[in-house]
Design a protein around this ligand. Sequence first.
Ligand SMILES: Nc1ncnc2c1ncn2[C@@H]1O[C@H](COP(=O)(O)OP(=O)(O)OP(=O)(O)O)[C@@H](O)[C@H]1O
Length: 355
Amino acid sequence: MLELSHVSRRYDAVVALDDVSLTVADGAFLALLGPSGCGKTTLLRLIAGFEKVSSGAIAFNGRTVAGPGLHVPPEDRQVAMVFQSYALWPHMSVAENIAFPLSVAGVRQGEMARRVGEALEAVGLAGLAARRPEALSGGQRQRVALARALVQDAPVILCDEPLANLDIHLRAAMLEEFRRLHRDTGRTFIYVTHDQAEALALATDVAVLDRGRLSQRAAPEVVYSEPANISVAKFVGEGAIVDAVAEAPPAGGKVRVRLAGRTPVFRAHAGVSAGPVHVLVRPEAVGIGNAFEARVLSTIYKGAFHTVTAELADGQRLQLHLPSAPAPGTALGLTIHDGWVIPATAESPAAGGGR
Ligand SMILES: Nc1ncnc2c1ncn2[C@@H]1O[C@H](COP(=O)(O)OP(=O)(O)OP(=O)(O)O)[C@@H](O)[C@H]1O
């Protein structure tokens, strides 16, 4: 188990990470998610040991590796890292690149050859052992980097946006690859991404960072359907955040709100009290019905459906998916099947609520 306790990292006046505590169970796939500059890479580099904590502590299986006056170097932490840039040696073959960490660790030739062979097999590159990185595609290079991480037998694999440089088709194939390797190897993966679809697809746990602080750490389904605050709600998934007024504190996890002249009942965050609230409404929770009068503002063709932005009577906007595109200005009757009520904060939703 990996445990971070009150970890902060400052660079002069910049607070890159602010009092982050979290635990990662053995065999988990934790996605670190958040907007650019929120501290994801810093957190990964602190775990790897490439950076020192300013305060707080990091422990692997009860052994403290970073803390006040203590900094265990990366090579003694039993972690392996996969970088966005692949970081392969251009003058070495694929096999030599993968063997490199083993030769540094003094592993014998015979065992090295066996382990390199297994790692090549695991990532589907058995036929390319003698190639140089320059003669590989981006996806193949990333597989080499992945094999070099796997070959080390480190129980924790740290991945820093490994798919960011790949085109959309390769990303999908490599997503499958990461998922399969996680399942087959039983290792713990900590995976930095700013792509929420990637995080939701791969992770057993998601940690969302916002300006250096941990906003939420939960299963992907929980982060999606019950975001802890408005920054998580805005960052993960599609949908609109609308202003409403809760009529009373929630009871049994539900609350009645006043919204655009109606009083629907929605699921509610435990921190909600009576008064102004925000409501996250996902497009799949909105359908044609007769609860809310609305008017079509715009549509975007998405292949399998059209994403329609519609304006409610009070001027707030919702999104929904429809099989065909109504013309702008068309009157629509809508129903909202589901909403997630978040306490109102100083931070107000985007103008009009839609994204
Ligand atoms: N070596 C450094 N010196 C000064 N500031 C730094 C340093 N490294 C990171 N920072 C700052 O710390 C904050 C967090 O950076 P970090 O790279 O961890 O964010 P990130 O979430 O990984 O962003 P991105 O998705 O853009 O890679 C940023 O404000 C960044 O400018």
